[in-house]
Ligand binder design. Structure first.
Ligand code: ADP
Ligand code: ZN
Ligand code: ZN
Length: 731
């Protein structure tokens, strides 16, 4: 009989330890297998951490352990899910992020392999069934059978379902002339691009490549203005690594937004490329995952979770647009792909290359201190100039157009020029929907989300009110629920409204819109982007999704319709976010041979994030923003952790939140600053009430111990759950 220790699928700190079961069956079972077990009268999935032989009886075991032991109901795998390298990584992550180990494993594995009950329904391998000739002896066969046998002999193997006469095939199978070959089907269709000869590197690019190769640091930060040719540097270095027999892990923030990147890599490395990202179906993910695990592909391109790709012998890990916040997962275990990349880089002795035109303050500060090796691409390819940028002060009535309060005179002028010249424009606003606020004119009632309590946004396309924080939606009501008045007022504007305004002012203008609404349908994003690239529209309206990394040769105008939206958010990163948005947006205009321009409309025309963003002056912004962070002791000058306490009973939640503050004060003393408890912006999710406590500290090791102890004590309180977000972004 086997004594088996397993983690259970519930990702809670209080259950974050192995539980003992016995196994009497005859399937193979090892560390890293999933098993079906019963826990608290529920059938759930466990993840085996240890297996040992025992000659004791169940009763003896129960006596010595002091609790009842159940039997494992079934073994679900026939090989371990993770190799040693990834298992070790899981340990590091769970330790660094103070996260339940099972939550890390669930994050690392694709849906079909994840240790959770729901994964058992997720699709797995699909097979293609082929037949192949193994004996071409024709004696005793009918002429029909011979005809088919000869036909099949000409091919290596033939898809069985493509052969019309099932009975003849079966006869040939019975008589041992042909055999069945089952092959795993690769469901993800990788487009078949034509190989393109790489361009000769510019002098700047060559210098960067040489410096990278002639030095031996763990992490490099490639800072290069938009259009400086970072991609070609990535491709060149990847090629060199592949030639050394090693593999390459290449991360982009969101793959569906950067189809060009994928195209470049596939063109260069062909079917050596595997793709992993959130748009894939579970079956496709499973396929790609296994292909990588089997060593069939040595280049993996993907979004955040691709950092867990089971690649072996990694020689280079690249994070493009390293500043983008989607690299940070905002649920347990709250990891950041950059940190994981550095952990994996160490194990594989692989270099990590971070690239951006506007590096995150954290990365740039580390480079400044020599922790990362800073590489620079200061000029655009062919020394192309950055587009002239105009900031329009929307507070000054002289700038406001009579026909439209959304587009200034200046923006309209440029739009008209673009339309007349048959060029293209991009209009950005960081808010989707039509109006951001709907209220009753008579009694002032504001329509709010019943769970989050924030104002609902009106979406005209489907005539619905939507919450932008949870997935709550309701049809746009006819009248006020408080006073029955039918005078409902819509204020504020988002992408839908911009698109409508364009159509109203310029009926002949062809528009496309891209925001996370239009992105709800799979494959819609690349379709919209491609359509715009093919010039099937004059103006593309969208949220910051479209600010990143595209190359549209005919775009000569980029307008940021309202640049202040991010700045008014109470968040220590809001200036950085706005600066990045504006810089990326300006960089979109006037690539290739056409000169472009950028127009930025704002109510805060003198804010440094806006003025420096417009000038693309990263250096000055970095220095200014670092001063601000220092004054207010925010990262990168301190570390931060956010503790969230949640539960159904508000009083208990508040009590535990105050206990948390007391506990942290007592243990951190002068080594940390405890803030809160505070009511988060979204204070209620479904029936869970939430409070947060923030802590800033400088000594990572010490704080880590205190926080670990805190979790051990506080996670056992009934009906309350606590989570820790290390290096949080949204506070
Ligand atoms: P970045 O990622 O730094 O914004 P890109 O990699 O998109 O810049 O490069 C900008 C443009 O320059 C692209 O159209 C790319 O094809 C072109 N390019 C890059 N390197 C070279 C080169 N060595 N020779 C010619 N064109 C290049
Ligand atoms: Zn009313
Ligand atoms: Zn909501």
């Amino acid at each position: 009989m086997l004594l088996v220790e397993t983690l259970i699928e519930y990702a809670s700190h209080s259950l974050n330890r192995p539980f003992s079961y016995i196994y009497k069956g005859n399937k193979k079972i090892e560390r890293g297998y999933r098993v079906l077990i019963e826990f608290n009268h529920r059938e759930i999935v466990g993840y085996v951490t240890k297996v040992s032989e025992t000659n004791k009886t169940v009763e003896e075991l129960e006596d010595s352990l002091g609790f009842r032991i159940d039997e494992i109901k079934d073994v679900l795998d026939s090989s371990p899910l993770l190799n040693d390298d990834l298992l070790q990584l899981a340990d590091h992550i769970s330790e660094y992020y103070i996260a339940p180990k099972i939550s890390v494993l669930q994050t690392m594995l694709p849906p079909s392999l994840s240790p959770r009950k729901s994964s058992l329904k997720a699709p797995k391998i699909a097979y293609d069934i082929y037949v192949r000739v193994i004996n071409d002896d024709e004696t005793g066969l009918t002429s029909k059978q011979i005809e088919l046998l000869r036909l099949l002999s000409q091919e290596d193997k033939v898809l069985k379902r493509e052969i019309k006469s099932v009975s003849i095939v079966n006869k040939l199978l019975e008589s041992g002339r042909i055999e069945i070959v089952k092959e795993e089907k690769r469901r993800l269709a990788i487009p078949d691009y034509i190989y393109e000869k790489p361009p000769v590197l510019s002098e700047d690019q060559q210098n960067v490549v040489n410096e990278f190769n002639s030095t031996n640091d763990d992490v490099y930060l490639l800072e290069g203005v938009t259009g400086s040719g970072k991609t070609e540097v990535y491709l060149t270095l990847s090629d060199q690594i592949l030639n050394q027999g090693k593999s390459v892990l290449f991360l982009v923030p969101e793959i569906s937004l950067t189809p060009m990147m994928m195209e470049y890599f596939i063109k260069r490395f062909k079917n050596n490329v595997a793709i992993l990202h959130s748009e894939l179906t579970p079956a496709e993910k499973y396929d790609e995952y296994r292909k990588i695990a089997h060593g069939e592909c040595r280049v993996v391109i993907g979004a955040r979770s691709a950092i867990f790709a089971p690649l072996s012998n990694i020689g280079l890990i690249i994070l493009d647009e390293e500043h983008v916040e989607s690299y940070k997962q905002d649920v347990v275990p709250f990891y950041h792909a950059r940190e994981i990349a550095i952990m994996r880089g160490k194990t594989h002795k692989a270099k990590v290359l971070l690239g951006s035109a506007t590096p995150s303050l954290e990365s740039r500060a580390r480079a400044q201190k020599g922790v990362y090796h800073l590489l620079m691409l200061k000029n655009r390819i062919n020394n192309q100039k950055l587009p002239p940028t105009t900031i329009v002060n929307m507070l000054d009535y002289r700038n406001i157009d009579r026909e439209s309060y959304i587009f200034s005179k200046r923006l309209r002028q440029s739009l008209e020029k673009v339309l007349a010249n048959h060029e293209q424009a991009i209009l950005l606003i960081n808010r989707r929907g039509f109006s951001t606020n709907v209220s009753c004119r008579k009694c002032g009632h504001v329509f709010r989300c019943p769970t989050c309590n924030i104002a609902l946004t009106y979406h005209k396309t489907d005539n619905m009110l939507k919450c932008h924080h949870c997935d709550y939606v309701e049809p746009m009501p006819e009248s006020c629920p408080e006073c029955n008045s039918t005078y409902l007022m819509k204020t504020g504007f988002g992408t839908e409204r911009i698109e409508e305004e364009l159509k109203r002012l310029y009926p002949e203008c062809r528009t496309l819109r891209l925001d996370s609404d239009s992105a709800k349908i799979r494959a819609k994003i690349p379709a919209v982007i491609e359509s715009f690239r093919q010039k099937e529209a004059d103006v593309l309206v969208g949220t910051q999704m479209i600010a990143k990394g595209h190359d549209f040769p005919d775009v000569t105008l980029v307008g940021v319709v309202l640049a202040d939206i991010g700045l008014s958010m109470p968040n220590y990163r809001s200036s950085e976010r706005s600066f990045q948005l504006i810089t990326q947006a300006v960089g979109r205009s006037g690539r290739k041979d056409k000169m472009g321009e950028a127009i930025i409309q704002t109510y805060m025309p003198t804010h440094y994030a806006i003025t420096l963003g417009a000038r693309q002056d990263y250096e000055l912004f970095y220095r200014k923003e670092m001063e601000m962070r220092k004054l207010q002791s925010y990262p990168p000058y301190t570390f931060m952790a956010a503790i969230t306490i949640s539960g159904k009973n508000e009083e208990t939640v508040i009590q535990v939140a105050y206990d948390t503050v007391d506990y942290l004060h007592e243990h951190f003393k002068d080594d940390g600053v405890v803030l809160g408890p505070s009511t988060p912006y979204i204070a209620k999710v479904r029936d869970q009430i939430m409070r947060t406590v923030l802590i800033k500290f400088k000594n990572y090791a010490l704080s880590h111990t205190i926080l670990g102890d805190y979790i051990a004590i506080f996670s056992n309180k009934n009906s309350i759950s606590v989570s820790i977000n290390i290096d949080p972004y949204n506070f």
